[in-house]
Design a protein around this ligand. Sequence first.
Ligand SMILES: C[S@@+](CC[C@H](N)C(=O)[O-])C[C@H]1O[C@@H](n2cnc3c(N)ncnc32)[C@H](O)[C@@H]1O
Length: 295
Amino acid sequence: MRFLHLKPGGFYIDGTLGDGGHARRMLESEGSVAVLGVDRDAVTLELTAQRLAGFGHRFRTFHGNFSELDQALAAASRSGADGILLDLGVSSRQLDDPVRGFGFRVSGPLDMRMQPCVGPSAADLVATLGERELADIFWRYGEEKASRRIARAIVRDRTEAPLTTTGALADLVARIVRRHGGAHPATRVFQALRIAVNRELEHLEMFLDRVLDWLLPAGRLVIIAYHSLEDRMVKQAMRSWLSHCTCPPALPRCACGARARVKVLTKKAVIPSPEEIAANRRARSARLRAVELMA
Ligand SMILES: C[S@@+](CC[C@H](N)C(=O)[O-])C[C@H]1O[C@@H](n2cnc3c(N)ncnc32)[C@H](O)[C@@H]1O
């Protein structure tokens, strides 16, 4: 809330509405703001729309991807927002619902699609990708050291029986990787598959390419990332907005009058306090960064 710095009568977009915790806080902290909640998960969106219906016309929802906010803005008849928030990844509700196939505490179908029934599921990827492609996903998105051995085991085992449940995949990984610390050995593989299934990095990249066009002058952008690759993308984009020289590299001196497009509000990523992590373990890897568009 401090970084969003809500202004009376302002219009804000929560690009990852989820269960509406952030949107509710925005609506409660400043009685005259309007919030548009966007989520690609229609099931989540509907539940949260009902939960926040008490805010009346101040709260609206839009089913879509945060990488395509043009459509959300058009639907809300707005030219831009005074602030945009992204709280990346999956919500606790999605993670804990076995039917959605994101977690493995209780086995469920190996699905992991944030937008149910759209595009290939995790089971489809595990059934069709080659050993090398699977290993690359586990290594790149999960930094899983045993990526090759896990991919080899998947390709070997799937000839006998398809891997269709989260429990079966978690058991396969647990046979290969030893538990380190408190996390289940399959945590990294599940995170990696989820990122691949939902093309999370591609959507973040598209968002970062366009987001400054969606902000009104002096509008704020706040992004919370939980994965080092995502945080790096956010950091690099924010840095690139500081000087936006468009001159050809061969030109000896800048002639385009480049000037910073944003003011960076967080010199370093803001991380949760030990107290917050103790109260909410899932916050442990959160990294928040914020900028303000130049007026
Ligand atoms: C970490 S949760 C957000 C939780 C929320 N801030 C709250 O207070 O409850 C992330 C949400 O963003 C959604 N999401 C993830 N990537 C998205 C994308 N590219 N476009 C739209 N929604 C997305 C997920 O479906 C999920 O509901």
